[in-house]
Design a protein around this ligand. Sequence first.
Ligand SMILES: Cc1cc2nc3c(=O)[nH]c(=O)nc-3n(C[C@H](O)[C@H](O)[C@H](O)COP(=O)(O)OP(=O)(O)OC[C@H]3O[C@@H](n4cnc5c(N)ncnc54)[C@H](O)[C@@H]3O)c2cc1C
Length: 215
Amino acid sequence: MTKRPSAAPSDRTRVRRTPEKAAYDRATVDAILDACPVAHVGYVLNGTPFVTPTLQWRIGDQVYWHGSAASRMLRTGEGAQVCLTVTITDGLLLARSGFEHSINYRSVMLFGQARLVDDAEAKTRHLQAMMDQMFPGRWPQLRPMTTQELKATTILSLTIDEASAKVSAGMPADPPEDKDWPVWAGVIPVCQTLGIPDQDPDNAKGLTLPLVRFG
Ligand SMILES: Cc1cc2nc3c(=O)[nH]c(=O)nc-3n(C[C@H](O)[C@H](O)[C@H](O)COP(=O)(O)OP(=O)(O)OC[C@H]3O[C@@H](n4cnc5c(N)ncnc54)[C@H](O)[C@@H]3O)c2cc1C
């Protein structure tokens, strides 16, 4: 991934710790968001911070997440300041001291005011986009969504205009005086893979597996 350092879009997105790993350009931010549908949304409710894992998907300048209209995360998030993060673990860094052990990663933090998507047509379009991104071509094969299901689903969005990315890659950062220490050091790559599909026994005969894109 090409890193193109540029200025942070705001003070709260300026990476202070290891700023050489920072990137603020949309190409880097978008690539990380698109590579990992799992996000964490942070918000404050009655003075308590919550960080809730959920799925996210991006369309242009917006990131979306959704769930039950009864979800506290979604009810509290509407109109509120939130922080959404996405993290991809790329490797375990085994150094020659415990202090220098680390992780190779790509991560994004987005800040802003979450907005409710309340137009039924837009909600349907966004849900279809989410499905298309993870399971291309599956939406038209599905039992159509009912009005009640659409009503029971809340979608929030966040504009990607206050984002920071951090990309950590490479070997452990052992200082020169540790390089001769006789213990194995290096990187163990981490990757997420899809397993062998386990068919629902209620499937009719002859149905084919859908395409799946996850990460
Ligand atoms: C998988 C993983 C494991 C990690 N393990 C550790 C660990 O064990 N110990 C540790 O200290 N740090 C770890 N980090 C790095 C951690 O995320 C922080 O970057 C770091 O702790 C500095 O925090 P800070 O609050 O001082 O950041 P600051 O630099 O003060 O943060 C300022 C701003 O920089 C941006 N920013 C900070 N961190 C990130 C990030 N990771 N991604 C995108 N934007 C960011 C945000 O906009 C934030 O508001 C890990 C990161 C990942 C992804």
